[in-house]
Design a protein around this ligand. Structure first.
Ligand SMILES: [Zn+2]
Length: 316
């Protein structure tokens, strides 16, 4: 039977509904949990998060993929409770946002150690939660080129993806030549990889999105909503129309390789987050923008239901 791992157990891919494929329940830099200034009670975290997930569910949102990963605030028991409370399927990940957010314990680990860790979290579970990871997160460290550690993590992720059938999702799609070389050496088909953040204001110019798609990779326009029009835009913001036009150009020819999301934080950890941005941008802003641009309902279904279901389904 085809299935996708969620924190409350495996679900058939046709039950995922509308998928937000790159999101965060709460993302923080490693160590932020030690800064008492940012501590939040469980009640405060619920109060910030539950209404956003409920609204997503009311809009027809079915599945929220949390790509926070090890060392950045992943909290699987909390996700289970949120999923049960709101009815939204939550997919948790194994892996790291990037080499530069892996703490020394993992940064010093071998490819074999990291592979074992990822495979265990996918096939046995994440700690004692009983929840299995549904996706592997990897990423390019700040600086624009893959570091030796990034490459070790990508190689371990490729081996774990091959061993388990779970896909890989990347933070940043720059330096894709090096990433694709590693996946090629390991024999991983590129349609098991979603190259993310192709659309952000810092990296869009440096990302060879159509080239990646032509190699067989999937491309994530997953920072929708981080716009220069926001009151206090982050450094990776981009003008709304510019991002939308970029996306429209890409899906005209590469629709089967396209995925989109908002990369928002329901309840940020160790930083204030970006005000006025949430996962609900997808349904409340992006869907209307796409319709206004002439994109039909079948295409929206392909982008937010069929493509993510195909990507997330465990491949045997
Ligand atoms: Zn993210």
């Amino acid at each position: 039977m085809s299935k996708v791992n969620t924190v409350l157990g495996p679900v058939p891919p046709e039950e995922l509904g509308i998928v937000a494929v790159h999101e965060h329940i709460g993302y923080g830099m490693p160590g932020s949990e030690l800064d008492t200034r940012w501590w939040k009670t469980p009640e405060e975290r619920y109060a910030e998060t539950v209404p956003k997930l409920r609204r997503f569910h009311e809009h027809g949102g079915g599945t929220f993929v949390d790509v926070t990963g090890i060392c950045n605030g992943r909290d699987v028991d909390y996700y289970k409770s949120l999923s049960a409370k709101t009815g939204v399927h939550i997919v948790a990940c194994t892996g790291f946002v990037g080499g530069d957010t892996a703490l020394p314990f993992f940064a010093d680990a071998s490819v074999e150690y990291l592979t074992r860790q990822f495979v265990h979290e996918i096939t046995v579970g994440i700690g004692g939660t009983g929840s299995r990871a549904g996706v592997i997160k990897v990423g390019v460290s700040r600086g624009g080129r893959m570091t030796e550690l990034d490459k070790r993590i990508y190689r371990a992720a490729a081996r774990a993806a091959l061993a388990t059938g779970v896909p890989i999702l990347t933070h940043l799609a720059i330096d894709a030549e090096n990433a694709i070389a590693i996946f090629g050496e390991e024999g991983l088909p590129l349609d098991r990889v979603l190259f993310g953040h192709a659309d952000d204001g810092v990296n869009a110019e440096k990302t060879r999105d159509t080239w990646i798609a032509e190699q067989g990779g999937r491309v994530g326009f997953d920072t929708f909503g981080y716009e220069t029009e926001l009151e206090d835009p982050p450094f990776w913001a981009r003008p709304r129309k510019q991002r939308l036009d970029h996306f429209l150009r890409f899906i005209d020819g590469h629709l089967d390789k396209a995925l989109a999301s908002a990369d928002a934080n329901c309840s940020p950890l160790g930083w204030p987050g970006v005000q006025g941005h949430s996962v609900n941008y997808i349904v409340e802003d992006l869907f209307p923008d796409l319709r206004e641009a002439g994109v039909d309902e079948a295409t929206i279904t392909t982008l937010f239901v069929d493509n993510p279901a195909d990507f997330l389904t465990i491949r045997n």
